[in-house]
Design a protein around this ligand. Structure first.
Ligand SMILES: [Fe+2]
Ligand SMILES: [Fe+2]
Length: 161
């Protein structure tokens, strides 16, 4: 299946050295919000944030790359003995550490990754790109939960007619 982002050469050129690495591909193994895996979620956040950064004259490269790496952690927090608050604080920092093993991380990219839980964590983003990613991350989380339900409801409605 071809995904929407796979037709966007400009986007691909920004992330292709990261997206096919074993580390990023391993995110496929982790469930995210019940219906998607962490890889699909990370690509959605990255690509949608990149489109908004384009619209608002942001740094496309930093937004696409940090968006892709913002959840680069390899555990299921529901199975770890850590509370939701601890996870909200810890996982952006773990993702940053893992991201640094893959590529050079700029101060802007660092801010995007570390501040993406703003709302659940206190430190506010420093850049507009960080606001874009934290908002898109929340939007995707809601959509990932709702869209399968919505699809189910629509199918039911159609079969009813
Ligand atoms: Fe996250
Ligand atoms: Fe996320």
């Amino acid at each position: 299946m071809t995904h929407y982002w796979q037709n966007d050469q400009e986007y691909i050129s920004l992330v292709e050295d990261l997206i096919y690495t074993d580390e990023v591909q391993a995110l496929r193994e982790f469930k995210q919000h019940h219906y998607t895996n962490r890889l699909e979620h990370s690509i959605s956040v990255s690509y949608r944030s990149y489109l908004l950064a384009k619209k608002w004259n942001g740094d496309l490269r930093a937004t696409a790359r940090a968006g892709l790496l913002h959840d680069l952690f390899f555990y299921d927090w529901r199975e770890e003995k850590m509370g939701e608050g601890t996870h909200a604080y810890a996982h952006p920092r773990i993702a940053l550490k893992n991201a640094r093993k893959l590529t050079e991380i700029s101060p802007l990219e660092e801010d995007i990754i570390v501040k993406h839980m703003f709302g659940a964590t206190i430190a506010p983003p420093k850049y507009k790109e960080s606001y874009i990613v934290t908002l898109v991350d929340k939007y995707c989380a809601v959509e990932e939960v709702l869209s399968p339900l919505y699809r189910k409801m629509k199918l039911k409605a159609i079969s009813f007619i």
